[in-house]
Design a protein around this ligand. Sequence first.
Ligand code: PHE
Length: 339
Amino acid sequence: MHEKINRLLAEVESLAAKSNDEIEALRVRLLGKKGSITLLFDEFKQVAAEEKRQFGQKLNTLKNLAIEKINVLRENLEGSGNFSPALDASMPGEPVALGARHPLSIVRNEIIDIFKTLGYAIAEGAEIEDDYHVFGALNFPPEHPARDMQDTFFVTTGDNPVLLRTHTSSVQVRTMEHGKPPIRVICPGRVFRNEAISARAHCIFHQIEGLYIDENVSFADMKQSILYFAREFFGVDVQIRLRPSYFPFTEPSAEVDVSCNICKGKGCNICKHTGWLEIMGCGMVDPNVLEASGIDSKKYTGFAFGMGIERIAMLKWQVRDLRHYFENDVRFLRQFKTV
Ligand code: PHE
């Protein structure tokens, strides 16, 4: 038995193989069920008791050496890269599945890019806000209906309750509180209103609001900025019109319509045969709002505007049901895949 072990030790020392198959054959020959080392362990059972210790140690050394040698052979083969199926440098690469931007992100980014060219910075803020920053600082009277549970999701009650912001104007308030004019920001973000979900409304949607405050900012500046935006976004031949409106935080206030890009103003069922599509609210910042945030309303004036991203996206792609944007059905989303 001594001799057998010695012979096998010499054999194991000089093991060599060129492929995984060869290594596997060696392993089976030595360590498999009927392998020479395995058979020696069977023989070992018959060894006289006083010799067991000596043979046992030798056998174990042989077995461990064989296992180690086979592992080293495998590692060398993989490392060389020549024969291992684990690495074949000539194989074509795995295609990477590319995701796509959500249509609302596409539109948001497009709007942001247009205002960036006019020098607007982006300001973002918290979705959970207090009453003061969503309503109070924006000149909403205490009994204003927007402050009602019907319209607003409240988190707490009390003097200055915590709530889910109903518009991103709260970010404009915080910008005014912390900065000095000139201020030129756009505030994209998610907003929440307690509305029944339908094809035209959702309780969660997205807005982009803008604010520009400086000396001598006029209504004409606002109109020109909005016209520039409308033409960049909807096309050069788009017309805008401003209709008088009311917001607590702007005076005067207006709603902005763009000429219907589908029927070119002739009248269709998207524009409800008016030739016009409403895209945003706007107005000159009420002096009370400036003063509430520590801006001298005698020195500075400004304008603000706000639009719903879903609405703009619906007009851009003539999507008739706003809920598509939230359901995330990939058959819908795939259509907006950009390169
Ligand atoms: N904050 C208004 C809204 O959410 C939009 C708006 C912003 C209107 C700025 C006028 C000026 O409806």
